[in-house]
Design a binder for this molecule. Structure first.
Ligand code: HEC
Length: 143
């Protein structure tokens, strides 16, 4: 059993070698776009993030379902000064999406980096969480 597996792996490796650019092995595997469920579970319902984002923001409220939270983010303008009017999530355009602009390290174009309070209410999201948000937006902010 084990040796049969090893042989098939060896064959797969051998067949991959020396192939030209038109062979299937040279075509990169399709990348599955990030959907909102991953962001909801991995960022907004993450045990720690849930406390510090939802505590200050009704639009991120802990009681919101996945689709209710989606509807608060995508194509929705911010409601608080000084970022009022800027759009929280612009599908396909991370740089124009206020949500991401407020999460990345550094001082955003308006207001504070989130979570506000400079660490008093919680640490910033992890790099992996921020990159998940970025990928979700650049993949089209799918539901
Ligand atoms: C201590 C309270 C506090 C915490 C915690 C906090 N925010 Fe904020 N947030 C604010 C305040 C106050 C503003 C308005 C001033 C500004 O833009 O800096 C704001 C503005 C925002 C805005 C832009 C305004 C809008 O209506 O869209 C976004 C997006 C945002 N926060 C997301 C988050 C996220 C995501 C988290 C968690 C990582 C978070 N915030 C944590 C207080 C907080």
């Amino acid at each position: 059993m084990k040796s049969a597996l090893l042989i098939s792996i060896a064959l797969a490796v051998a067949c991959g070698e020396g192939s030209d650019s038109t062979s299937p092995s040279a075509i990169s595997a399709p990348v599955t776009p990030v959907v909102f469920g991953e962001v909801y579970a991995g960022v907004f319902r993450d045990r720690d993030a849930a406390v510090y984002c939802t505590g200050c923001h009704a639009f991120l409220g802990a009681e919101l379902s996945e689709s209710e939270l989606y509807d608060q983010l995508v194509d929705v303008p911010a409601d608080r000064a000084p970022c009022a009017g800027k759009v929280r999530v612009v599908p396909g355009d991370p740089e124009a999406s206020l949500l991401l602009v407020k999460l990345v390290p550094g001082t955003p174009a308006c207001g504070e980096r989130m979570p506000a309070g400079g660490g008093l209410f919680g640490d910033p999201l992890t790099t992996a969480q921020i990159e998940l948000v970025r990928r979700w937006i650049s993949d089209g902010a799918l539901r």
